[in-house]
Write a protein that binds this ligand. Structure first.
Ligand SMILES: O=C(O)c1cc(=O)[nH]c(=O)n1[C@@H]1O[C@H](COP(=O)(O)O)[C@@H](O)[C@H]1O
Length: 231
């Protein structure tokens, strides 16, 4: 367990590419996130290898399914020894309660942090509208975050643009994990709701998820250290 607020998203196609970076890192420097691409390619064994190396691992598989399936998937994820895992808040309260109960049943107070994705940071109000969601984006994020808290989860994934309103409404213990982080000179890529690392922390984010600004940099370690030195 480290105090680092930076979670590096290991969005690589295979374990060897991810390990080329991980071998240069240190668990005191950052936490690590394994998402759908790397997990599908490299599997549970790769996640366990990071845990064995003492990294706090966020397993980002964004479960969204019927309650029983999600509860069992969360248990399987927790069995890998991860520090944090996530589901989609739009799966609804019964699904999130099942996830919570599934973890509590086996792990009790030792369960990994369980958080829910509100509105993806790649989405804007127009995309939400095209899905039939007419209320303002921030209102929708707040409603999903409220449901997440009611279901007993530990926090949410949101944009840092929503962090201060969520902190105000849900309290400072409710964990805010914010992707869509871009240093001022970085490419926006496919992200819409972006915030700089410094601003995200000032707005109340607990953890910053950062992928391409680090992984696609000419030297990822230099890029990570530059961010750490700025926050
Ligand atoms: O759950 C996530 O981690 C997540 C939620 C979200 O709303 N937006 C988002 O970008 N992510 C993840 O955060 C990472 C962001 O990567 P970069 O855009 O490269 O910094 C990716 O691995 C995404 O899958």
């Amino acid at each position: 367990m480290t105090d680092s607020k930076i979670i590096v998203a290991l969005d690589y196609a295979e374990a060897a590419a991810a390990n080329a970076l991980v071998d240069r890192l240190d668990p005191t420097l950052c936490k690590l996130k394994v998402g759908k691409e790397l997990f599908t390619a490299a599997g549970p064994a790769f996640v366990e290898s990071l845990v064995k190396r003492d990294y706090d691992v966020f397993l980002d598989l964004k479960f969204h399914d019927i309650p029983n399936t999600v509860a069992k998937a969360c248990q399987a994820a927790a069995n890998l020894g991860v520090w944090m895992l996530n589901v989609h808040a739009s799966g609804g309260i019964p699904m999130m309660v099942a996830a919570r109960e599934g973890l509590d049943k086996i792990y009790g107070s030792q369960a990994p942090l369980l958080i829910a994705v509100t509105v993806l940071t790649s989405m804007d109000e127009a995309t939400l509208g095209s899905l039939g969601i007419q209320r303002p984006l921030t209102e929708h994020v707040l409603a999903l975050a409220n449901m997440t808290q009611q279901a007993g989860l530990d926090g949410v994934v949101c944009s840092a643009q929503e962090a201060s309103v969520l902190k105000q409404t849900l309290g400072s213990d409710f964990c805010l994990v914010t992707p869509g982080i871009r240093p001022v000179d970085a490419n926006q890529d496919d992200q819409t709701r972006i915030v700089t690392p410094e601003a995200a922390l000032a707005l109340g984010a607990h953890y910053l998820v950062i992928g391409r600004p680090i992984t696609q940099a000419p030297d990822p370690l230099v890029a990570l250290n530059a961010i750490i030195n700025n926050i």
